[in-house]
Design a protein. Structure first.
Ligand SMILES: [Zn+2]
Ligand SMILES: [Zn+2]
Length: 139
């Protein structure tokens, strides 16, 4: 497993203490190629530190969200997923029927973002978005 990079250095910069458990949670997030759930993170951490409680995972995720280091997106069906904010902007179309997740082109949302700013003076946080509906197969 790689050493976690970005998130760790940002946390230490801001004076947060890094326990081995916290480092494992950060590695799990940074090493997941796509999204990861709190439960999946917990499963990885508890394999190495059997005394870790899942609330430690939730607390760490809360901290990372507050610091803007991870994004949290609800992909429906109770699937809340995390990934490092540094992995950039991306969006999903989620089928309510079969649960399929389709990547959505960023360009489609940049026009929405500027329209919201123009019409509502509203600066939308469109870093990681899930739009729900029905996919072509289920239509
Ligand atoms: Zn995503
Ligand atoms: Zn579908």
């Amino acid at each position: 497993m790689n050493q976690p990079g970005d998130i760790v250095s940002k946390l230490t910069e801001q004076g947060y203490r890094l326990t081995p458990q916290r480092i494992m949670i950060l590695s799990a997030i940074e090493n997941s190629d796509d999204h990861i759930s709190a439960e999946e993170i917990y499963a990885q951490v508890v394999a190495k530190y059997p005394n870790v409680n899942i609330s430690t995972v939730y607390r760490t995720l809360e901290l990372l969200k507050r610091l803007g280091l991870v994004t949290e997106t609800d992909l429906g069906g109770g699937r809340v997923r995390y990934h490092p904010a540094a992995k950039g902007y991306h969006h999903h179309l989620v089928c309510r029927q079969c649960g399929a997740i389709i990547a959505l082109d960023e360009a489609l949302l940049s026009s929405l973002k500027s329209a919201l700013l123009r019409e509502y003076k509203f600066s939308a946080d469109l870093r990681h978005l899930a739009i729900f509906g029905r996919c072509a197969k289920c239509d």
